[in-house]
Design a binder for this molecule. Structure first.
Ligand SMILES: N[C@@H](CCC(=O)N[C@@H](CS)C(=O)NCC(=O)O)C(=O)O
Length: 204
């Protein structure tokens, strides 16, 4: 199996962490999405990473589908609970964390345009999603160690990848330690795991 990824994609990081936590060997191929010969479109019509290429040449996307596929590949250390209520809770945390990433990525892309072409109202709307998402996640976590049922899961991985991305791209705008203390505590716990240490985003 081969994963097409970019170094700082929070969605690809989620998949890399799931694979590491499950001790599943995956060949990693870093891609440049803007390169004319980028292989991603060949495997995912949407042209987005991550894409997992299976041994029969078939491909899986997006990150949520890949995470579930990997989680079911081995019985070891399940990251998505079997119980329906707990499973939905984990998937909801993931949906919100990924949604915060979607809004943050949208802002980052808009801010890369020439300044007088940027849509200020659009940026503000996306930033509101980020802020509301962070507040909800921080409140829902409360004093709990992990997001769902006191067990490490895909929910924690998704939230950790989102926080890593905000730290990389929006460190000036969001002071997680000061304003979202519960999330900051979760992030500290996650950063002790080898899977998180090995996939830290790199400023570029
Ligand atoms: N929902 C998708 C989001 C993937 C995504 O947006 N990836 C970004 C990189 S962070 C991408 O490939 N963008 C290229 C594009 O949109 O053309 C997932 O969870 O995998």
């Amino acid at each position: 199996m081969k994963l097409l990824y970019t170094l700082n994609s929070p969605y690809a990081r989620k998949v890399r962490i799931v694979a590491a936590e499950k001790h599943i060997e995956i060949e990693l191929q870093e891609v440049a999405l803007a390169a004319p010969d980028c292989p991603v479109k060949q495997y995912n019509p949407l042209g987005k990473v991550p894409v997992l290429i299976l041994s029969d040449g078939d491909s899986l996307y997006d990150s949520r589908v890949i995470a579930e596929y990997l989680d079911n590949r081995t019985p070891l250390a399940h990251l998505i609970p079997k119980d329906n209520t707990a499973k939905s809770a984990v998937r909801r945390w993931e949906a919100l964390a990924d949604g915060v990433c979607d809004a943050a990525v949208a802002v980052m892309l808009e801010q890369r345009r020439v300044e007088d072409k940027q849509d200020v109202a659009y940026i503000a709307k996306q930033m509101d999603k980020v802020t509301r998402g962070l507040t909800a996640l921080n409140n829902d976590l409360g004093q709990n160690k992990w997001c769902v049922d006191d067990a490490f899961s895909l929910a924690d991985i998704a939230v950790g990848c989102m926080l890593g991305y905000l730290g990389l791209r929006f460190a000036q705008q969001f002071d997680i330690a000061a304003d979202y203390g519960n999330l900051a505590r979760l992030q500290q716990a996650l950063l002790k795991r080898q899977s998180f240490k090995d996939t830290l985003p790199v400023a570029n």
